[in-house]
Design a protein around this ligand. Structure first.
Ligand code: GLC
Length: 715
């Protein structure tokens, strides 16, 4: 299909030298679909070489037709790039990224990314706008659903899995996607948790927290990145050459293309940075935005800006070379049609494998938050179960934000999954009881009547998928009132109630925490939701997830996260100490928290040295025992604290995660290795530094519990 062949592969500079200014600008233009995607205008732009990539097109026939026009009719036959937001699946949906972060398992994340890439690439998509790497401590922000949680160490661990899974070891093979870590950098710190709001960060915070996963992404091989919308310290990245050139290019050495976010070039006018659209283009290209996503303004103004001398041709050439390099890495110049064309011949086999993987991922993403008297897993002696709530038979919502091209009809509902896994003869009566936001007396009455005949009530509640994700920030984190009313009524019966909570963020569960017997955090788990929860509720699988974000007791505690500073009057002191008059300082559930159907006993950590120098490796040994009656997995966490430094250091910082499987009675001795770089922090000049002195170290099941030891860094 392509005129390029292996032997004719161009040197990109040779290709660049043959391009007209319009053709060069075309490579910097990314357009969205329009009603009938390939209308005459778009076909003409492709033929002229005035567009280099498209986003959000998922129809393989349209992708193929567009590519054919570019390869047969355009003058230089430069292949088009097709991008899509493959955040947590494409046709098969996996748990949302925040849910997957609960697995704390980079190898699982890698498998999920790989499965997603295979499906998307078979449709002809080359480039995913993922992973989203915005650390955040504010569950009011809807985009927490897409993020890897509150901790930079965990985010970096998982990010490596995303990138390896999307890109594989050879980006040029035809079953991988180019990744695009986003949104560079600091978007997760929006003021008030309000999406698109401004961000204020010190260089220290930016480098010590928000930049960390991006460095891991670039180290792991990401070759593009997306700039954030938001004004960071008053400047959106699309207008901030210090960020996109000095930091990203010079200091970090990143060589891939930078794409704007949707319309972000045009939005420089709304930010009050540019007087008009033409000036917005001049600022953006000169600040380091290589590709203009969706606004069409590069297409409109870049040529005249070059001719007016306001944009240097070298700026254009460097940007074009970065875009051509991405296409080249993807093998699009190889002439192999397999690189270019959609290829759905293996799709069914891929989907079959991905459904099994989606079940595994969903099971590992579920977090058990409460299990009073070990009511779960449900005993076979329980013969009648009432499943009540708006999520009882729900399918579509489980696809979550950024649902790819997932088909809601292909989602296994909770009711379906419970019925498929209930012991023989167990009756599962199902009723909605209320809608997501409204309830009728009749629905409530029916649910109540049904619940009274049951021995246990499973109440399936939560947010709709549209209540998290982009442009879905919330000022309150409670369940919708109608659902709270339903739970209150069910609790009055006096039969044990277990809450299964579906959400894209930590919700405020404190009104019910003390009153229900069990709480399962089920996020949005994707295509295999019902089977995963059915397996967990009836004990075929033992939950192992651990929270990647702190759950607040109330929205007034936000920002809330485990790695906060001690302050001069630490919480709990007898004299006035940091805290609230009307709320505890601790979260309802801390970072790293999650229960199991079994019990794990942690031994005291032992160290190879209690005093180490900068050339030493600190080896930490700890024995974990499954002291319960069921086999299960445990995510063992290692935290440190730098007791005294020239800058106040967090009470705890995660520096190690190991997931182990133990049978009942089985013990395992784990070894963590810490290197001096693990003890570094960032100073006010933005430089990483290590200082000697006393350190504390914990190994435990979450950010609050753990056995503590001390060591010294002799430096
Ligand atoms: C959106 C999002 C970004 C996404 C892009 C393309 O506005 O901010 O994450 O990749 O547009 O869909």
């Amino acid at each position: 299909m392509s005129s390029w062949t292996e032997k004719e592969e161009p040197t990109l500079t040779a290709l660049l030298s043959r391009m007209t200014l319009e053709e060069k600008i075309g490579q910097l233009v990314q357009l969205p679909p329009k009603g009938d995607f390939l209308d005459h205008e778009l076909k003409t732009l492709i033929e002229k070489g005035h567009v280099g990539s498209f986003l959000n097109i998922s129809d393989p026939e349209q992708i193929k037709e567009a590519q054919e026009i570019s390869l047969r009719k355009s003058r230089l036959k430069i292949p088009l790039l097709f991008a899509f937001d493959v955040l947590h699946g494409f046709k098969t949906l996996f748990p949302i990224p925040l849910a997957l972060a609960s697995s704390m398992d980079p190898s699982l994340v890698e498998k999920v990314a790989r499965g997603s890439a295979q499906e998307a690439r078979s449709y002809g998509i080359h480039w995913t706008f993922a992973p989203m790497l915005d650390i955040t401590r504010d569950p009011r922000w809807g985009r927490v659903a897409e993020c890897p949680g509150e901790d930079p160490y965990l985010a970096s661990l998982l990010c490596a899995g995303w990138i390896k899974g999307f890109q594989g070891d050879a980006l040029s093979s035809s079953s991988f996607l180019a990744s695009c870590p986003k949104h560079f950098v600091g978007y997760g710190a929006v003021e008030g948790g309000r999406d698109y709001n401004s961000v204020n960060l010190s260089l220290k915070q930016l480098k010590e927290i928000y930049l960390v996963p991006f460095l891991e992404a670039f180290k792991t091989g990401s070759f593009s990145t997306m700039a954030a919308f938001v004004a960071i310290n008053g400047l959106p990245p699309a207008a901030n050459p210090n960020l996109l050139k000095d930091l990203l290019r010079k200091e970090i050495g990143f060589k891939g293309p930078v794409i704007s976010d949707w319309n972000a070039v045009k939005e420089l006018v709304h930010h009050g940075i540019a007087e008009n659209e033409k000036e917005a283009v001049q600022i953006a290209i000169n600040s380091g935005i290589d590709i203009d996503m969706a606004s069409g303004l590069y297409l409109k103004y870049l040529k005249e800006l070059v001719l007016e001398g306001k944009v240097q041709i070298d700026t254009i050439d460097q940007a074009v070379l970065r875009v051509l390099s991405l296409k080249h890495k993807l093998g699009l110049f190889s002439g192999r049609s397999s690189q270019m064309e959609p290829n759905k011949e293996n799709l069914q086999a891929i989907i079959k494998t991905n459904r099994e993987l989606a079940l595994e991922a969903a099971i590992n993403s579920v977090v058990l938050l409460k299990n009073e008297n070990a009511l779960l897993p449900l005993s076979p002696s329980i013969r009648t179960i009432a499943l009540i709530g708006p999520f009882s038979t729900e399918q579509k919502e489980h696809l979550g934000p950024w649902p790819g091209i997932g088909d809601p009809q292909q989602v296994v509902s909770l009711a379906e999954g419970m019925k498929a896994h209930a012991p023989l003869g167990v009756k599962i009566a199902v009723a909605r009881g209320c809608d997501f936001f409204t309830s009728s007396q009749e629905e409530l009455r029916q649910a109540l009547e049904m619940a009274k005949k049951a021995e246990v009530i499973i109440v399936a509640v939560g947010e709709k998928a549209s209540m998290s994700g982009e442009a879905a920030s919330r000022a309150f984190l409670e369940l919708p009132k109608a659902q709270q009313k339903l739970i209150d009524i069910l609790l009055q019966i006096g039969i044990p109630v277990i809450m299964v909570v579906f959400s894209g963020r930590p919700l405020d569960l404190s009104p019910f925490f003390y009153r229900v017997k069990g709480i399962i955090q089920a996020w949005f788990l994707g295509s295999e939701t019902g089977n995963a929860l059915g397996r967990i509720l009836f004990g075929f699988s033992n939950p192992s997830g651990k929270l990647p974000m702190s759950f607040p007791r109330s929205v007034g505690q936000i920002p809330i996260y485990y790695s906060h500073l001690p302050t001069g009057r630490p919480s709990g002191w007898s004299i006035p100490s940091t805290g609230y008059l009307d709320q505890k300082i601790s979260p309802l559930f801390p970072f790293g928290y999650g229960l199991s159907y079994t019990r794990f006993h942690y031994g005291f950590p032992t160290l190879n040295h209690t005093k180490i120098g900068l050339d030493d490796v600190l080896e930490v040994y700890v024995e974990i025992e499954n002291s319960g009656e069921k086999a299960g997995e445990e995510i063992v966490q290692l935290y440190i604290r730098d007791a005294v430094a020239s800058i106040s250091r967090p009470l705890k910082e995660l520096k190690g995660v190991k997931k182990i499987f133990l049978n009942p009675g089985e013990k395992q001795k784990l070894k963590f290795s810490l290197f001096p770089s693990d003890f570094a922090f960032v100073d006010f000049e933005g430089k990483r530094k290590i200082e000697g002195g006393r350190f504390f170290l914990w190994v435990g099941p979450n950010a609050v519990e753990g056995k503590k030891v001390q060591f010294e860094l002799a430096w």
